[in-house]
Ligand binder design. Structure first.
Ligand code: ADP
Length: 403
């Protein structure tokens, strides 16, 4: 049994139809309870609350986010831990798009809410749900500070050379078209953590972090600061992902409109939901792609090669951007679990000075990180399990305690 923390942050990740939450000790990262409230707005909503290794499930209509947050507090009251006995430092909200307005975690005020609302055009699929979550949490926890932690914030340190797209001035100024980057909470956590594990000062480390999950992005981190990242204005750019294809010629959209009669909505949807591994193989799941490769599926083999090729592009480019490389880090579902992909990438980067420790690479226990390069490897290679909830809790606590 895990002990109840004396102080904690409730981390909330609200989407358009779901709310994920964790009660996290910001110092140790221990999550004493977690849950998922899903199918909000549908006739059969679901609440799943996990504490002490047991999950409590409930099915009932959940018309809106306010109801979801009431059910969240009810689940804590019924199954524990008792929120009344905890010093709840903050509710930490994951917010996807902070634009150029937010470079740091921010205590929510009426002005902050307006700014997040103004950023909806940049993240129409994500920011509205995030906002709903904040408003509902304000009602449910009126006396607790609400802190917004932005997926884009870590990348606000990118120099203009990396964040600027070479497009007309009006696009850049009126429509805020530039590279923002995402997964910032994960990249921040992983780059700090790898420095601790390497016992090297973060401010002297040149790192490339590969966050490879359903969504995937690469970041060049120089001395703890993001200096380039593969996602752009939206999470569509960069690496090959589950259902997003990443980089492509912008001319493709016009070609499909003219030759295929597709609307911009159809193009957007296909690029976001029907491309990537799904477009290449019919499955968005990397594990399944690997299983198909094993039985000689040509589409799956091509998909694997395209994924690797794109990864080489980014690591090579970022080694150049950083002027050298000290450490390459793999994280998230694919990065933490797929030794074969890691091995292929590390072998093909050997010209940079990466030398794979084959035994370490295959010997990692699930959920465990570790170094997968040899003692002699000029560039260290690590697997570091990401923990976005802990990072949100840590950042939220820091903001509240520093006020
Ligand atoms: P999300 O972006 O939704 O948080 P995750 O980080 O959980 O995603 O990553 C999901 C991806 O990780 C899926 O493509 C899944 O197939 C892949 N994955 C999980 N376990 C393995 C494994 N053992 N081998 C290869 N891929 C895996």
């Amino acid at each position: 049994m895990s002990s109840t923390p004396t102080s904690a942050v409730l981390v909330v990740n609200a989407g358009s139809s779901s709310v994920k939450y964790q009660l996290v000790d910001p110092v140790t990262g221990e999550a004493t309870a977690k849950g998922l409230i899903e199918r909000i707005g549908l006739p059969r909503g679901e609440v799943h609350h996990t504490v002490g290794g047991t999950t409590y499930d409930e099915v009932l209509p959940i018309p809106d986010h306010a109801t979801a947050l009431r059910l969240l507090t009810a689940a804590f009251a019924e199954h524990g831990p008792d929120l009344g006995e905890i010093d709840l430092l903050a509710v930490g909200h994951r917010v996807v798009h902070g634009g150029a307005d937010f470079a740091d975690p921010t205590v929510v005020t009426p002005e902050v809410l307006i700014t997040i609302e103004q950023l909806v055009p940049l993240a129409p699929l994500h920011n509205p749900g995030n906002l709903e979550g904040i408003l509902a949490a304000q009602q449910a926890f009126p006396d607790v500070p609400q802190v917004a932690v932005f997926d884009t914030a870590f990348h606000q340190t990118m120099p203009p050379a990396a964040s600027t797209y070479a497009v007309p001035r009006a696009w850049r100024e009126q429509y805020r078209v530039r590279r923002y980057g995402f997964h910032g909470t994960s990249h921040a956590y992983v780059s700090r953590r790898v420095a601790e594990l390497m016992e090297r000062p973060l401010d002297q480390l040149r790192a490339v972090v590969l966050h490879l999950g359903n969504g995937a992005s690469a970041t060049a981190v120089d001395g703890g600061r993001s200096v380039d990242t593969s996602m752009g204005l939206t999470p569509l750019e960069g690496l090959v992902m589950g259902t997003r294809g990443g980089d492509l010629d912008p001319g493709v959209a016009g070609h499909l409109a003219r030759s295929g009669g597709l609307t911009i909505e159809e193009v957007d949807r296909a690029l976001s939901k029907e491309s990537g591994l799904l477009g290449l193989t019919g499955s968005a799941d990397f594990r399944e792609v690997q299983q198909r490769r094993e039985v000689g599926d040509a589409d799956a083999e091509l998909a694997f090669q395209v994924v690797v090729h794109r990864l080489l592009h980014y690591v090579g480019a970022y080694a150049a951007v950083l002027g050298g490389l000290d450490v390459l880090v793999f994280t998230a579902g694919v990065g933490e679990n797929d030794g074969e992909l890691r091995a292929e990438v590390v072998r093909r980067l050997s010209f940079l000075g990466t030398e794979l420790d084959e035994a370490a690479n295959v010997g990692l226990a699930r959920g465990e990180g570790g170094r997968i390069s040899t003692e002699d490897s000029a560039v260290e290679v690590w697997v570091v399990p990401t923990n976005e909830e802990w990072e949100i809790a840590r950042q939220a606590a820091e903001v509240v305690e520093g006020r």
